[in-house]
Design a protein around this ligand. Structure first.
Ligand code: CP3
Length: 342
């Protein structure tokens, strides 16, 4: 069985000897070869140049026996394609090149028709990655959820309290819905393009889903995710990653997503037991464990694996993205523990 087959079998909740493994942000700053390429070209050039994006996506799978390679890109390419570019703040975090303050700003954004053209480099990068992997590992595409993208666009960048986007949601619902509808249609076009370019599965990052109050999660975020999934080919593997959305897992499970990626705030075994048997779970080791020692990384990886022994439908991953301080030998220990586990 190839790693790609193992990954797809886990998405389909088929029985496996051991779960497939990959980690969020596996192409990134903890890798010296990534830091070297980024110092030479800059982040945005890596994202926008198909050969470089494919190369960065390959870096982690050359080093580690991951079952999947995720395309190197960013969720913020969608706001950029609609007319709102992004950059990095010196002190860390994102600064958008402006912000959506009202209806006129939403109307001024490009429509979904702009997506295939402006983001053709993503399709090219995915096709290169797919060709290079030649069916050995699964190829993952991704995008942000409409809500998570809206937080960056309305706040003008990274946020602490999400005050502006919440005001829009609670006080100007028609404008909020107009923006989220536009993002939803753009993401549908974007995901269809990624599927056509060869993605085996797609992950929707709802990183900020947990900041909206429980009863409002549906109207602010989940209904838009559901609308996207309903436009995807029947049965195509869609993974929803939500941070802080552990109380909404059952609702997420009925969106048509095949996999729910859970953060470290929930107990994986309990989640696995309570969700429908045809929905897989992905997660959820604490990323900070990769900053400790290989012994600890191995021990905690085995502890998580044992907690779901005998369960179908588990993809091993972290509860959130790997940190820049992560140790290479800890990642090796994690991957070794998963791939040798029986
Ligand atoms: O997982 C992967 O290896 C694929 C690549 C990937 C990146 N961003 C590359 C990246 C993925 C899947 C993303 C998704 C993304 N981008 C999310 C959702 C996932 C999550 O972690 O919650 C979000 C919220 C963003 C927006 C974003 N881009 C942030 C908050 C940052 C960090 C800004 C900072 O403070 O440095 C980025 C930059 C970014 N995207 C980096 C990488 C590797 C780091 C940039 C660098 O090299 O300096």
């Amino acid at each position: 069985m190839t790693p790609r087959e193992r990954f797809l079998a886990a998405c389909a909740c088929e029985p496996l000897e051991r779960p497939p493994v990959w980690i969020m942000r596996q192409a990134g700053r903890y890798l010296p070869e990534y830091r070297e390429l980024k110092a030479r070209h800059g982040f945005l050039k890596l994202v926008r140049t198909p050969e470089l994006a494919a190369e960065v996506s390959m870096q982690p799978v050359r080093r580690f026996a991951f079952d999947a390679a995720i395309l190197f890109s960013d969720i913020l390419v969608i706001p950029e394609a609609l007319g709102l570019g992004y950059a990095f703040r010196d002190e860390g975090g994102i600064a958008m090149e402006g912000r959506i303050a009202g209806r006129a700003d939403v109307e001024a954004l490009a429509g979904e028709g702009a997506v295939p053209d402006r983001l053709s480099y993503v399709a090219e990068a995915l096709a290169l990655l797919r060709r290079e992997l030649a069916g050995t590992r699964a190829v993952l595409g991704f995008g942000g959820s409409p809500w998570t993208l809206a937080t960056y666009m309305v706040e003008g960048g990274s946020s602490v309290d999400f005050g502006r986007v919440k005001s829009l949601f609670y006080d100007e619902r028609a404008t909020f819905d107009l923006l989220l509808g536009k993002l939803t249609r753009s993401l549908v076009a974007y995901f269809k393009m990624q599927i056509a370019a060869g993605a085996d599965a797609l992950q929707i990052f709802d990183t900020w889903g947990g900041v909206v109050a429980g009863p409002d999660y549906e109207a602010a975020s989940l209904r838009w995710i559901r609308a996207i999934i309903s436009e995807m080919p029947e049965g195509f593997p869609i993974i929803i990653y939500g941070k802080g959305t552990g109380s909404h897992l059952m609702d997420q499970a009925f969106t048509g997503a095949r996999v729910l990626s859970v953060d470290g705030s929930v107990e994986l075994a309990g989640v696995r037991r309570s969700l429908p048997g045809n929905v897989a779970v992905q997660g959820n080791l604490d990323p900070a464990i990769l900053n400790t020692t290989p012994e600890t990384a191995r021990r905690e990886t085995l502890r998580l694996l044992e907690s779901v022994r005998g369960c179908r439908g588990h993809i091993f991953n972290l509860g959130h993205g790997i940190l820049p301080q992560a140790r290479i030998d800890c990642v090796e220990a994690l991957v070794g523990a998963v791939t040798s586990w029986r």
